[in-house]
Design a protein around this ligand. Structure first.
Ligand SMILES: NC(=O)c1ccc[n+]([C@@H]2O[C@H](COP(=O)([O-])OP(=O)(O)OC[C@H]3O[C@@H](n4cnc5c(N)ncnc54)[C@H](OP(=O)(O)O)[C@@H]3O)[C@@H](O)[C@H]2O)c1
Length: 288
């Protein structure tokens, strides 16, 4: 006997919503979809609801993937009475405060809420390479984990609905830092008519090698022990000035690299020069 998959509704058929709906359909879920602009379900073998309310009422599990928090309210507010007894999984990017607000709002209407952070691009959805972080009502996650696992690898972080958004944004911060560094490096190479393919060949292994130090830095932050084993802040602040100077020499904007240079200089001025780089994290916020 085959196990019947949970019927799922998907609200929002942008690039990500379509990928989510396709993954559910591909795994045998009866999938009902709704999108503000008609016609976005073309090519999906889904049931197309005439309204958001009709879509919500079609399934016990409602996945929302819209542009931002405001649009989620615009779509859900008129259908709030239909949420009782259902689980709402909001995969729309947002802040921890927005996730907590939405959790209360859904809870007040008798629904269960999970917030999700998608750590994937659409082609990774429906594959284990995609990761979606969840937080909120544990029982709802456990009950719907089989369906959520069809979207991507599903990782539950805890009952605080804000956690998925917090970790999502923290991971995006690391990603954009990497892209910003890559953009600047590419500009530095290309503005000198040096070889971009050579840069591309060298950069990924270098970044991969450097990511090995991240868990150790997190440990240093947790313990407060920032002793430098081999690369002091002073040494790095000195070398970093060359990065700024070479950029200026070549007419490359220092917009992306100046903040890190300032932080290194602040670290030296604060007496952290002999310590390791992780000490600089403590200059970003008041640690309690
Ligand atoms: N794409 C990615 O690589 C990616 C990766 C991770 C997370 N995400 C997150 O996933 C969410 C959706 O991203 P996406 O790539 O699918 O974006 P998208 O292609 O721009 O789609 C946006 C969706 O929001 C809907 N929408 C916008 N304003 C609306 C409104 N006022 N009322 C009702 N619906 C409205 C759009 O409907 P219409 O078709 O009617 O405009 C569409 O369904 C975002 O929060 C994004 O940050 C995306």
């Amino acid at each position: 006997m085959t196990v019947e998959e949970t019927p799922v509704t998907v609200l929002g058929l942008g690039a990500m919503g379509r990928a989510l709906a396709a993954a559910l359909l591909g795994n045998g879920h009866k999938t009902t979809v709704w999108n503000r602009t008609a016609g976005r379900a073309e090519g999906l073998d889904a049931t197309v609801a005439r309204s958001a309310g009709e879509a919500v009422e079609a399934s016990p599990l409602v996945v929302v993937c819209l542009l931002n928090h405001d649009t989620v309210h615009q779509v859900l507010d008129p259908v709030g009475d239909s949420l009782a007894g259902r689980t709402v999984v909001n995969l729309t990017n947002g802040t921890p405060a927005q996730a907590r607000e939405m959790a209360s709002w859904v809870g007040e209407r008798g629904g269960r809420f999970l917030d999700g952070g998608i750590m994937a691009v659409p082609p990774m959805i429906g594959t284990p390479a995609g990761l979606i972080l969840y937080s909120g009502v544990r029982q709802a996650f456990e009950e719907h984990e089989p369906a959520l696992a069809h979207l991507a690898t599903a990782r539950y972080l805890g009952e605080d609905p804000g956690d998925a958004a917090r970790y999502d944004l923290a991971l995006l911060s690391a990603m954009y830092g990497m892209f910003g560094g890559f953009f600047h490096g590419a500009a530095l190479v290309d503005s000198a008519k040096a070889s971009l393919p050579t840069f591309a060949e060298l950069v990924a292994p270098w970044i991969n090698a450097m990511t090995a130090s991240l868990p150790r830095m997190a440990e240093s932050l947790a313990s407060g022990d920032h002793a430098a084993s081999f690369s002091s802040v002073q040494m790095q602040a000195t070398g970093y000035a060359n990065l700024i100077d070479a950029s200026r020499d070549q007419g490359v904007s220092t917009l992306l690299v100046e903040p890190m240079g300032s932080l290194l200089d602040r670290g030296v001025a604060a007496g952290l020069g002999t310590g390791g780089l992780s000490a600089l994290i403590e200059l970003l916020y008041a640690r309690t």
